[in-house]
Unconditional design. Structure first.
Length: 409
């Protein structure tokens, strides 16, 4: 598939799930006015219709970009996840079609850490159950099951951007912090790494999960792991719903093994705010249930809008793919005085040589060349004399192994 870069007002940007206005502002400031904006996510059929002629799509965690949807999005050039998680996108399929996927790896991490810390304090004090009782007209004024955070042990599973910030915040309250991670991590503050999940579970008063959704983290916490937690301890998950066996968690709470839990993410989440939320945890007074809002603060959403829209604009304008999660990363400054060509190809021996040969035979002068590869694809960016851009694109199209080629204006 080869294409000339379109006029900016012909480039369709599909924004879903109410991404922040800051994203729209970034696109508009960069000259992109053809924006289709939806407040909610779209089901597969509606999504296929809306994405069919879109060049860029922006989404959050609800929209599923499956292999099937991506295959039918014939014009799609780039995907922006306006969040951290990218598990809702079939990254391999996007790569196969030569489509980079961008996200915002930092912008909402502080928001999650703050929420989790607040939940830990509330749960240690038994507040959710006292709050629920008061709403029913009951008055639970006593100190039973009510503890300070000071001196308690917080166990963090997944000591990344969120886990580390949570650890530091918890230490300011006088909590002791231990963590379990598959990587050896530099402990911040006085945190200590433990080397088995069992040591973490049995050694903590509050356990909080901050791992990504992967094959290894699926059902990472089930009945066996919950039984390894201390009696009367607290469990928090604001990572991904697939990580925890929810019926097993509900049993552990009902049997009074755990004193309480806060759950922000669920294996199946309602598609929109109008759909019913169904969970075996409903009705349990000592469980805080939140609708996947760990990262939903106005500060975070505004920053995410700016960050991800900025990355899509840079890719559209300059071909820069820095921080793409599924794609060779090429950092490029703005080009002036030359035509820039983007060529995405299957990573097989000889593709670059063939492009260079074809250009040499046609007398096309290469002013600059940048190449990066992953196991499966190669991404080469070339600059040629301005009057030779169209001819160069025609030559690129003929190269065997081409997935996409694009000429920037
Ligand atoms: N609730 C929300 O609104 C919300 C907001 C932001 C992020 N999240 C979720 O939180 C996750 C974590 O975010 P982050 O920014 O801290 O990510 P991160 O990539 O910085 O950290 C994840 C950590 O988990 C570790 N890890 C991976 N697999 C593991 C395993 N099997 N066992 C133990 N450790 C493992 C990694 O080594 C890494 O240190 C995200 O992937 C996202 O799914 C949720
Ligand atoms: O905003 C969302 O829908 C997802 C938030 C969070 O889970 C993330 O991955 O950043």
């Amino acid at each position: 598939m080869a294409q000339y870069s379109l006029e900016k007002d012909k480039i369709k940007i599909l924004l879903l799930e109410g991404v922040h206005q800051s994203a729209v502002d970034v696109f508009q400031r960069a000259g992109y006015s053809n924006i289709e904006y939806h407040k909610a996510s779209l089901g597969e059929e509606a999504l296929q219709t809306a994405i069919k002629d879109a060049h860029f799509v922006g989404l959050r965690s609800r929209t599923q970009l499956t292999d099937n949807v991506i295959a039918k999005a014939e014009k799609l050039v780039g995907i922006g996840c306006f969040c951290i998680g990218t598990n809702q996108v079939n990254l391999k399929a996007a790569e196969k079609h030569g489509i980079p996927v961008f996200n915002a790896p930092f912008s909402n991490t502080r928001s999650v850490a703050e929420l989790v810390l607040g939940q830990a304090i509330m749960l240690l004090r038994g507040i959710p159950k006292r709050n629920a009782a008061a709403h029913r007209g009951e008055w639970l004024k006593n100190a039973i099951g009510s503890f300070e955070a000071r001196g308690k042990t917080l166990g963090v599973i997944g000591y990344g951007h969120i886990g580390t910030q949570l650890g530091i915040l918890a230490e300011t309250l006088g909590m002791r912090v231990i963590f379990f991670d598959i990587e050896d991590k530099l402990p911040l503050g006085n945190a200590q790494q433990v080397h088995t999940i069992e040591a973490l579970l049995s050694g903590s008063d509050v356990v909080s999960l901050h791992v990504p959704e992967t094959k290894q983290t699926k059902d990472m916490i089930g009945a066996k792991e919950l039984a390894q937690m201390r009696k009367g301890s607290i469990f928090i998950n604001a990572s991904r719903g697939t990580v925890v066996d929810i019926p097993a968690l509900a049993s552990s709470i009902k049997e009074n093994h755990l004193a309480g839990a806060a759950i922000d993410v669920f294996p199946v989440e309602p598609k929109s705010n109008n759909d019913e939320f169904i969970s075996p945890l409903r009705g349990l007074d000592n469980v805080i249930l939140t609708p996947h809002v760990g990262g939903s603060t106005l500060e975070a959403q505004e920053n995410i809008g700016i960050e991800v829209a900025g990355k899509l604009v840079k890719y559209s304008d300059n071909g820069s793919t820095m921080t793409a999660v599924n794609f060779p990363e090429v950092s490029l400054a703005q080009h002036t005085g030359t035509s820039r060509l983007l060529h995405i190809h299957h990573n097989r021996p000889g593709v670059l040589i063939k492009i260079n040969q074809a250009f040499a035979e046609q007398g096309i002068n290469i002013a600059a060349q940048y190449l990066q590869t992953t196991i499966d694809i190669g991404y080469v960016v070339m600059e040629v004399d301005s009057d030779q851009g169209s001819k160069a694109l025609e030559q690129m199209k003929l190269i065997e192994g081409t997935i996409r080629a694009r000429l920037l204006r």
